[in-house]
Design a protein around this ligand. Sequence first.
Ligand code: GUN
Ligand code: ZN
Length: 457
Amino acid sequence: MAVSDARNPKKKSFRPSEVTAIRGPMLTFRTDPWMVSESESVDYESDALVVMENGLIREVGPADRMLPQLEPGVEVTRWKDHLILPGFIDCHTHFPQTDMIAARGNDLLDWLNRYTFVEEQGFSAPAHAREVASFFLDEQLRHGVTTSSVFCTTAPESVEALLTEAHRRHLRIMAGKVCMDRNAPEALLDSPGRAFAETCKLLHRWKGQGRVEVVITPRFAPTSSEYQLAALGAFAKEFPDSPIQSHISEQKAEISWVKRLFPKDADYTAVYARHGLLKKRSIFGHGIHLSESELRRFSESGASIAHCPTSNFFLGSGCLKVSRLKKSTRPVKVGLATDVGAGTGFSMLQTMNEAYKAAKMKGTSPTAFQLLYLATRGSAEALGLENRIGAIAPGMEADLVVLDPRATPLAARRMKHAESLHDQLFALLTLGDDRHIAATYIAGIRWNMGAARPSGA
Ligand code: GUN
Ligand code: ZN
């Protein structure tokens, strides 16, 4: 067995069939720590060996038990004093908003009109879309994000650009052409027919291509006519396995607007439900102000919420109370998301930090395990991908992140005073950011920054 120093990785091309192994402290989840006890849900191994082959996790367990059985010649990368986790999953983000992140606005609708709808008009130009997509994915990987569900723009070229770049990087990714046929600038509007046809074309074009999946993406109810929602509902019926993403119940003014636009529907959720868009693998950003009966409908349908705390603070939308969604009599699936560019960064550690503060504003104090769950297995469940990603177990896809808890002077100092695994993890996700990402593994291969630049860039 060869042992390599994790800090000096050899440059490697992508060879998914080779057997690789990493060793170090490892944490993953068997089930949901919001619903059951920590001891039932958390799987922690202080010195684990994770063996990866053909892009999948082949075996995982205590290193002292597994090392003698490992075939000779397999290189074992040692991550002593680090922490191996499933790769972070950002279940709601917008790649075309990368260049307008951190733009000051009044409320959601003002921010959309002033910046977002202007910025998104540039993405029918393939070269621009490709350049931004490449930066966006590299930035995600630098932050340990191995899968995301991404809004593109109404231009199919934007989806093509993102999926091409994601495919080059062997990523599991979900992405959709945004559908809007009203209440946005003319240049960004499609039509019910175009929304259907362009989504259909992308779906067939990318079907079976690596780990790439096309998502049905009505932006939100106010920018789609009844006809467009009906067309996308018909699409969802024709392709029942296709995921759906949108926004719901983010701000009070938006909710009032939906009431005016759809006066016959009881609430915001009913608009999507009536058009066949509320189902398993439907994921809606925000959901901050959903009523009890709307949450019941989410629970019954199997639809999920993407919790976007940095975005919710930035736009002044409010604070989601995750524990309310997790009520055992009508549980709603919740994942964690950055929502770039209303979200203020790519770091899922910082997103967990802000999720904790949002929960505090609602009088609750989630544990580090609960927050880490949202960023890994919780997001996988929200996206309906829990059988493939979000946990470290045999047969799962080998997408991993390795954290260095002592990456900064302050964190290193704080770790000396950590009283328990939980205390260490909590301090890490409160203080942590991209400096703490020691390595990102995609399909069993360590990601090498700068290895997958678009040709000519
Ligand atoms: N609602 C509709 N579109 C958007 C968007 O791009 N960002 C956010 N945060 N909310 C939305
Ligand atoms: Zn969003």
